[in-house]
Design a protein around this ligand. Structure first.
Ligand code: OGA
Ligand code: MN
Length: 231
């Protein structure tokens, strides 16, 4: 797989999007890596694709504070610790994970979730009631998939806790078209419309976790995911 990634990188010199902590609103042809406020969070197979998908893919660094991350961990850790990571279902989309759903939250977490909903979803858009919590072991990863169109609507918004990670989007019917999203610890990502329906998404395993040529070590990672209902 490492070899494949190297080959892919040579075939497609990535276009880089540099924008201050916000999705793709301004795209430059080159950008620094993790350079303060101008950290590059999205790279892709071409500038054209970055521009085309611009409004449908967003990564917001530092969306939650360390304290808020702590509040989520205090609410979630006990329940998660009672479960065992699942590794052995070879056909599962997710490897090395445990998960839960939660409908009601303490005040600190609820406040964060209200913020997530207000930036990610249109007002009045009916949401999936329970929030999905996915705990990936350090060796865990999510294989390429598209979320069920039967159960989830046009928008997926996820907080990343405990670890940086890389989310890769690949166009389903044209696999040379791809985007890599660097999801820093405590960031929020949002996938909408085409990015959600026409591209697979995956979370890379530690060995493959390289963003724009730079290793991004994967630790245990917890995501807190909000979705809307199909229209
Ligand atoms: C999923 C998924 C991504 C994440 O559960 O369908 O793609 O951020 N999760 O954990
Ligand atoms: Mn998914």
């Amino acid at each position: 797989m490492k070899l494949l990634l190297t080959v892919v990188k040579h075939l497609h010199k990535p276009a880089v999007c540099t924008s201050p902590r916000r999705g793709l609103s301004s795209c430059a042809s080159s950008g620094g890596l993790l350079a303060g406020r101008d950290a590059t969070l999205i790279v892709g197979s071409s500038r054209e694709l970055l521009q085309r998908l611009g409004s449908q893919v967003e990564v917001r660094a530092d969306f939650i504070t360390e304290e808020e991350e702590g509040a989520f961990m205090r609410e979630l850790e006990l329940g998660l610790k009672k479960k065992r990571y699942e590794f052995d279902h070879w056909d599962d989309a997710i490897h090395g994970y445990r998960e839960t759903e939660r409908l009601s939250w303490g005040a600190a977490c609820e406040e964060v979730l209200t913020r997530v909903r207000s930036v990610a979803f249109d007002e009045g858009s009916p949401l999936l009631g329970p929030v999905h919590v996915l705990d990936l072991d350090k060796t865990g990863y999510i294989k390429p998939h598209v979320d069920s169109v039967k159960f989830c609507g046009s928008t997926i918004a996820g907080l990343s806790l405990l670890s940086d990670s890389i989310m890769r989007l690949v166009k389903e019917d044209a696999t040379s078209e791809w985007l890599d999203l660097l999801l820093p610890r405590r960031s929020l990502y949002i996938l909408r419309n085409q990015a959600r329906y026409n591209f697979t998404h995956e979370i890379l395993k530690d060995e493959e976790s390289v963003f724009n040529g730079q290793k991004v070590p994967r630790q245990r990672r917890i995501s807190v995911i909000c979705r809307n209902l199909p229209g």
